[in-house]
Ligand binder design. Structure first.
Ligand code: NCD
Length: 338
């Protein structure tokens, strides 16, 4: 695809070479994310960061990625602090805010809303999550993490064995990740969820149509016993009709160190898009996994900055200028690693 000036709304936009290109650019962002070098390549540029649903990681990570490239961030969070609460349409909001910004990131509870906004925007729009539909930057950072974790074992993404666990119906991160996995060969995907929260059938069919082996089950321990990656997700309670309905599923699939030791192959990587629900009745990934070196959840979040820097650099067409606008940092640099 041509990245320059493009919206990033869905992972359907990418083919395998696009994905590899994004990852290559993300790798090159490491000195900046690690604070060894500073670049001012986006000096003067403004990101409009608009998050109409709760977010910690995605919002801050998009903002930090833009700052690390030298740009400024203007932000609005929640409907109540925006004119949408006064009845303003997405069209008008997009026309106005795109006059103030060079690029916009947006999260919104309605499926398709970010695309609607992008159609009216005068600058590129990146989807930070639209309802239960898609979360392209998260899926890219998840796949980038999978690639990195497997590379340390001399493996690639082709031939991957992965279990996706939890709310696969409303979880937009796993929808986007499954769509990305179609571009790789021989992937074995085990979908572990309550039957009512199963992965949408069209996404399962699309994976099967490229030859992937997709198993659908409600059995956690069996499904994590022969995978490279166990990817857990949160019950997306904000998408249920009532909290009581969501509560019926909370805590159904819990992973802790003793289950890990008993059932997983050595060095199975544990992932989660975060936030993990650590309340006692959910406890998706127990805190006793925190010392497990295969718990990759915080490496995922770190990798998100690299991938989002890459997306900005590509969309704003500055990839070749990043290093030319750089110098060493002035300040004491703690021993940060990725
Ligand atoms: C996810 C999301 O918002 O879809 N969070 C994130 O962006 N890392 C997953 C979730 O909220 O459960």
């Amino acid at each position: 695809m041509i990245f320059t000036g493009s919206d990033i709304l869905s992972v359907e936009q990418f083919d395998r070479s696009d994905i590899e290109h994004i990852f290559q650019v993300a790798d090159a962002m490491a000195p900046y994310a690690l604070r060894r070098r500073v670049t001012r390549v986006l000096e003067g540029a403004i990101l409009g960061n608009m998050f109409f649903e709760p977010s910690t990681r995605t919002r801050i990570s998009f903002g930090c990625a833009f700052n690390l490239l030298g740009g400024e961030v203007r932000e609005t969070t929640g409907f109540e602090s925006s004119a949408i609460a006064k009845g303003e349409s997405l069209y008008d909001t997009a026309r106005v805010l795109s006059g103030f910004s060079d690029v916009i990131c947006m999260r919104h509870p309605q499926e398709g809303s970010v695309a609607e906004f992008a159609a009216a925007s005068r600058v590129p729009v990146l989807n930070g999550g639209d309802g239960a539909n898609e979360h392209p930057s998260q899926a890219l950072l998840d796949l980038y993490t999978i690639r990195k974790e497997l590379a340390s074992k001399d493996r690639g993404i082709d031939g991957l064995r992965i279990a996706l666990i939890g709310d696969l119906k409303y979880g937009r991160t796993v929808h986007s990740l499954c769509k990305l996995l179609r571009h790789f060969k021989n992937v074995q995907v085990t979908l572990v969820s309550p039957a009512e929260l199963a992965m949408p059938e069209n996404i399962v069919e699309e994976m099967r149509s490229v030859g992937h082996n997709v198993v659908v089950t409600e059995d956690l321990t069996q499904s994590i016993s022969n995978v490279d990656i166990a990817y857990s997700t949160r019950i997306q309670e904000e998408r249920f009709a009532s909290k009581e309905e969501a509560d019926m599923y909370r805590g159904r699939f819990r992973l802790n160190q003793s289950i890990y030791t008993q059932y997983c192959e050595p060095n199975t990587v544990i992932m989660h898009p975060l936030p993990r629900d650590s309340r006692a009745d959910a406890n998706e990934l127990d805190n006793d996994l925190n010392q497990n070196p295969n718990l990759a959840i915080f490496r995922q979040a770190d990798n998100g900055v690299l991938v989002r820097m890459a997306l900005f650099a590509l969309v704003l067409d500055v990839v070749d200028q990043v290093d030319k606008c750089a110098r060493d940092v002035n300040w004491y640099n703690s021993a940060r690693t990725l």
